[in-house]
Write a protein that binds this ligand. Sequence first.
Ligand code: BG6
Ligand code: MG
Length: 219
Amino acid sequence: METNKGIIFDLDGVIVDTAKFHFLAWRKLANDLGFDFTKEQNEQLKGVSRVESLRKILEWGELELSKTEFKRQMALKNENYLSYVAKMDKSEILPGVQKVIDYLIENNIPFALGSASKNARTILKKINLLDEFDAIVDGTDVSKAKPDPEVFLIAAEKLNVKPENSIVFEDSVAGVQAANNANMISIGIGEEKTLGEADYVFNDFTEIDIDFIKKLLTK
Ligand code: BG6
Ligand code: MG
């Protein structure tokens, strides 16, 4: 297919449901420190870097940690998170995602990963998708967290696609804002009431049919 467009996928909560593992690991950390946070507050952690997430959580718990303890808690959280990741395989790819990826490959449409996670490559490897992406931009490549557009702008550049021709799939508020800030087409995966700022919102990939993708690509 002839198109000047490219696709950028977020990872956590879009390709795989690792958002639930992040939540479990952060909640354990908070509970161990003697407080809790709500599912609504957790929405604010989605798409946000590891450091930023811990800062927010400590603010909610009205707790201050020394630099050393802060680092130790981040490492503990990641260790706990990775214990869930270790059990993952390709059956964890969310329903409907593979069909879209297969279509993009068959039609030579460039696609990239744009994730805040430093564990992105580990996860892609576990689900057998590491070699499928034309470009991978993750938490080790960026200095500014979503909603800053940096991660998506680098991904588009690597795909050699203009920002306005890039289509982003995102499950987080911060990520939808990052795509919008990059002047890209944003597609929210989740609830309309949370992701209303996106150009389009679907509950999940099973609601997205290939015709919709085709239309976006040929627009
Ligand atoms: C994002 C997740 O993709 O990556 C956040 O939505 C997470 O919840 C962030 O905090 C950083 O991930 P990691 O794996 O580097 O701790
Ligand atoms: Mg996400």
